[in-house]
Ligand binder design. Structure first.
Ligand code: ADP
Ligand code: MG
Length: 401
């Protein structure tokens, strides 16, 4: 018999992994039963909404004029609740845990005071490290950083898997002040001695509960061990399981906790279930829904990479221009799919949980859970791709009848 080397399983940094004897292994995350009642929720009717009155205007924060200008140019007129409450303590140098609903502006809540810090003490070493669970989220935060950093002479580098490492090395050699990345690639760059973390003064863990769960905790421990003890640590998420909270607190010193969550899920999402008894029936119902005019931009979540691709093919064959995003695609393919959906060239995107966290896609009208999420927290993040920045949205979850 011909010798065939065992193919090493490709492990994406954004998918759960664990280790045994130093080797990565994968085990399926348990599929917990979630009471279908939890998938039903009425959105707050617009008239019932009490308008949030911020304590601050952006002008009240001691941010320099150019930054104020960039904020305005971005279209931000008043701070969101998390920005209102978190910017000041971050400016004061405090460690901070920021909990706020999906789509409520957590990114700017940390980027704006960080930009201010960087301007106060210009420094030619990497000073800020932002760690996130997916490549797409890293790129998105980088775009937001660049929008705010215009004219400030502050630079960033994105370090994520699936993209040319040489280009990232070149970017790091230009000594950006901010590095945004996913754990696996960051570790790799440290191993190659291209990235050093001993000059980091601010650490941001976005989607922190995901960063500290089984899939990433080892990598995060590795990264944190390289950081100076004296630093500012900032952690953000819309969800915070208790076990994770304890882990997180160990990384921080006397953190201020800001929780401005208005409910478990965003109050702007109308949520309901759809009963179906088979996969074929689910596809039939989905086909019918996608034909309705109000399904302008629909994000469909499936459980497995393979299932997601198959469903995308089926929907395309049924006449719905569809893209798919999952860990079996190359990074350029993933980016292209996301862009086509963002720009409205396709109305349907089918995704694994790789798209569940943090992505800010304007105008998603519906999120559909074709397969149920593993946990209720995963549900919160999936449906949080709609109804962002004060807009309304709908979420539908298939349950068996
Ligand atoms: P989160 O991280 O809380 O899920 P994001 O930071 O991705 O939310 O922000 C969600 C959306 O809201 C983005 O499109 C962002 O540009 C927009 N946004 C954030 N802050 C403001 C603001 N103060 N005014 C207007 N839009 C905002
Ligand atoms: Mg976010």
């Amino acid at each position: 018999m011909r010798y065939r080397p065992r193919r090493r399983r490709k492990i994406n940094s954004d998918e759960p992994k664990a280790f045994y004897n130093g080797r990565p292994i994968r085990f399926p995350r348990e599929h917990a039963y979630i009471n279908p009642e939890k998938f039903v929720n009425k959105a707050v009717v617009q008239e019932d909404q009490v308008d949030f009155v911020p304590q601050h205007n952006f002008r009240d924060f001691p941010l320099e004029d150019r930054l104020q200008l960039n904020i305005k140019a971005r279209g931000y007129t008043t701070p969101t609740p998390i920005q209102d409450a978190a910017i000041q303590p971050i400016l004061e140098g405090k460690d901070l845990i920021g909990l706020a609903n999906t789509g409520s502006g957590k990114t700017a809540a940390f980027l704006l005071p960080i930009l201010h810090h960087l301007r106060q003490s210009p420094d030619h070493r990497v000073a800020v490290l932002v760690v996130v669970p997916t490549r797409e989220l890293a790129t998105q935060i980088d775009e937001e950083f660049k929008a705010f950093a215009g004219g400030l002479k502050l630079y960033s580098a994105v370090c994520v898997g699936g993209a040319s490492i040489n280009r990232q090395i070149a970017a790091l050699n230009r000594r950006p002040q901010v590095v945004i990345g996913t754990p696996g690639r960051l570790k790799d760059l440290i191993g190659r001695r291209v990235l050093r973390l001993d000059g980091i003064r601010i650490l941001v863990l976005d989607e922190v509960d995901r960063m500290l769960d089984m899939g990433f905790i080892r990598d995060i421990r590795f990264l944190v061990a390289q950081l100076p003890r004296e630093r500012q640590s900032l952690c953000f998420s819309a969800t915070m399981p208790r076990e994770i909270e304890q882990l997180m607190r160990k990384l921080m010193v006397n953190p201020v906790t800001i929780s401005v969550k208005t409910g478990v899920t965003s109050e702007f999402i109308e949520q309901d279930v759809i009963r179906a008894s088979s996969k074929e029936q689910k596809i039939e119902i989905l086909d019918g829904l996608l034909r309705q005019p109000d399904f302008e931009k629909t994000l469909v979540f499936g459980r497995t990479k393979w299932g997601v691709q198959k469903l995308a093919n089926r929907l395309s064959a049924l006449g719905h221009p569809t893209e798919a995003i999952h860990g079996n695609k190359s990074q350029p393919q993933r980016q292209r799919a996301l862009r086509a959906f963002k720009e409205g060239r396709v109305k349907v995107l089918v995704a694994t949980d790789v798209a569940a966290r943090g992505l800010d896609i304007p105008g998603v009208s519906h999120v559909i859970n074709f397969d149920q999420p593993n946990t209720y927290n995963d549900y919160i993040h999936r449906i949080g791709r709609t109804a962002r920045a004060g807009k309304q949205g709908k979420a539908l979850t298939f349950v068996s009848n």
